[in-house]
Write a protein that binds this ligand. Structure first.
Ligand SMILES: [Zn+2]
Length: 279
């Protein structure tokens, strides 16, 4: 007896499907009170065939999404943090919003909820640097990680590893500490980690790797004999998360093309030092 063949339905992924996945892995409830996460623009019912991932929702990223014919952009940083009464294209953010909406591209952001999630932003950074046995740096918020290197190495060797493993930026990597001293236990926090200096000390870390370390906090920390510090580019510290997110999305939505933007949005575009002075 002939069986009635049922035509195989093509798998359709919508913006809402991707939002559901993101909210499951990076619950909005984990986001800080001041933060703004979730869908910024775009029709939840729209079909998505390509997603572009980036750290910052820059207008260049919106243009890249247009060029790549992506139906959705996911960024770590929010486009708007404070309440707005206009998205007119008369400033940078308005132009980005307009570019996305007029090209029917959805924008979704996962910020402090991606920092606090497990796995989250700092897990990706820690793994890129070769750390294992990861634990939260700040147990209350779940932000940051502490782990161990496969073997002890000098601070200079580790700083070289950090510079090599994170994506290249002109600003490079700054180090505070004795370059020949061995380090093995490492604390990391993707993004601005000034507020976790105490936690880095308390974790028993030999060195703390983060971004945007403020002078006075770092000065006091070192004066008090705190752990060594490595200050990296904010963008570079968070970029490895995009690679992990890409793998998660591809696994869950095998028919969707997921692309990571390689555009560097670190604000520093050049680095000068006196050429005659060697450390
Ligand atoms: Zn950040």
């Amino acid at each position: 007896m002939a069986t009635k063949g049922k035509a195989k339905q093509p798998i359709v992924t919508t913006v809402a499907d991707v939002i559901g996945f993101m909210n499951e892995h990076f619950p909005p409830s984990l986001a800080a009170d001041w933060d703004s996460v979730g869908l910024v623009c775009g029709d939840p019912e729209a079909e998505v065939e390509r997603i572009l991932l980036g750290v910052d929702p820059s207008d260049e990223l919106a243009m890249e999404a247009c060029d790549r014919d992506a139906g959705m952009v996911i960024t770590h940083h929010p486009l708007y943090l404070a309440g707005v009464t206009s998205v007119a294209p008369i400033d940078a953010k308005g132009r980005t919003a307009h570019r996305l909406i007029s090209n029917q591209i959805a924008l979704f952001t996962a910020h402090t909820n991606a920092d606090a999630a497990n796995p989250g932003v700092s897990d990706a950074m820690a793994r890129v640097l070769g750390l294992t046995n990861l634990e939260p740096l700040d147990r209350a918020s779940g932000v940051g990680r502490v782990g161990t290197l496969p073997k002890s190495m000098s601070l200079a060797a580790f700083a070289t590893t950090v510079a090599a493993k994170l994506p290249f930026t002109m600003r490079g990597v700054n180090v505070a500490g004795a370059l020949t001293w061995p380090v093995e236990r490492v604390a990391v926090c993707g993004g601005s980690g000034s507020s976790y200096l105490e936690a880095a000390n308390a974790s028993g870390a030999d060195v703390y790797v983060t971004a945007d370390l403020k002078h006075h906090y770092g000065f006091d920390h070192m004066a008090e004999g705190g752990c060594f510090l490595i200050d990296v580019s904010h963008w570079a510290s968070e970029w490895p998360w995009l690679i992990e997110l890409q793998a998660q999305l591809v696994k869950n939505f095998p028919t969707v093309d997921v692309v990571v933007s390689e555009e560097c949005t670190d604000i520093w575009t050049a680095h000068f030092n006196c050429p005659d002075v060697q450390p």
